[in-house]
Design a protein around this ligand. Sequence first.
Ligand code: HEC
Ligand code: HEC
Length: 389
Amino acid sequence: MPRCLLYLSLFAVGLSVQAQGATLRTDCPPSFEKTASGQCALRTFYEFYDSVQGAGLGGTQTALPDHRDGFTPQQIDLGRYLFFDPLLSGDGSLSCATCHQPALGFSDGLPRALGRDKRDLGRAAPSLWNTAFLSHFFWDARAQSLEEQAQGPLYSEREMNNTPAGLLAALNTEEAYRALFREAYPDRRSDKIVLEEVYTALAAFQASLISLNSRYDQYAHGYHDALSEHEIEGLNIFRSFVARCAECHTPPLFTNQQVAVIGAPEPEGYPVDIGAERTYNAPRLRGGFKVPTLRNIASTAPYMHSGRFNDLLSVMEFYNGGRGHAVPEEVDLHLHWHISSPNLSTDELARLVDFLGALTDESLTPDIPPRLPSGLDPFAAMHERKQQQ
Ligand code: HEC
Ligand code: HEC
């Protein structure tokens, strides 16, 4: 092909992608620095502290655990399109964002997520903030990576109900997606989209959802005035040997990433969810769930795996209600030894709620793509959900 024709056809491809409103970003998201090899590396104040979570005491100046980064800006941006695109579901009705909405703390505002045909999935959609730091995924810790996790909802017939072949066919037929995958994976030989590229891009996007600049963090870095007196009081209760919250919800992630049995109740009429007993085939973990992060917790009501509590004060009352008080009599749970009866006063419970409100930082909320490469409407699936509430 003569060179000018080649340029012309490249130009035409560029135009058609742009006509869809989609070429990939070449800059890293805020909080990430582009390395010499073109990857995005996370930069936070916590990297200057060296007491590692787990080894340290979880004090305010404790380092963060290992995390995922090193994706390119293009992979992160491609993941953003995929995350919001209902094309990923078998019938084009659900996107990841249907149940993980940016405006709802990357949860969905519902007690339990609704799958295909609005079926109750039995568990709440967790927030996706700071998943870059997690080593296990799902309430029962049954997935070990973001890439493995994504295959759950994609191929579950109760959720997005796609198949690997169906997903690849849908993406490969969209020329706009083929062009974007070429930008995100410039070194590949074939022009065909493969599954690993989809999982990597979704992981790259989710690993960019960083929330580490709340007023609590500013306080932890030495700005005493960042928290009010009430919030500092709440932090002290949170870290106390009476309440023991920080033993499990350990700063700075506000989770120690372990599974714990705390005996949170199911909604009326629901059977006990055995949780991590199934994952580890361990009866002593019956009713055990992964300790969730408390970052952006004010945005993600209702609470617990079962969505049983509508507000944070109800959660505090649960912890204060006495060890095992919400466990049905016929159920035998091995409650964690840090679950006790702290006998906190009404004021102290209110201070805990005040403190939890200081863990909000949604400043790095990504933009929802106004238009998707598939031409589908990213907002349709999310709006439909909100009407359910
Ligand atoms: C129909 C609602 C729904 C859809 C669609 C959905 N999720 Fe989820 N997501 C959930 C629920 C519910 C859970 C918890 C399930 C469990 O623990 O058994 C979850 C869990 C997760 C987790 C684990 C978080 C943690 O802290 O352990 C990640 C990550 C996640 N989803 C990402 C995604 C991605 C990526 C997609 C799209 C490929 C997606 N989700 C689609 C409802 C949904
Ligand atoms: C033994 C470990 C442990 C201790 C101690 C503990 N928690 Fe939890 N927390 C968990 C686990 C596990 C869950 C999830 C349980 C479930 O969903 O059934 C949870 C859930 C929560 C939730 C709901 C999170 C969400 O996303 O729905 C909040 C809020 C919370 N805890 C706050 C606290 C506070 C405040 C304290 C101290 C009074 C505390 N926790 C003490 C382990 C613990």
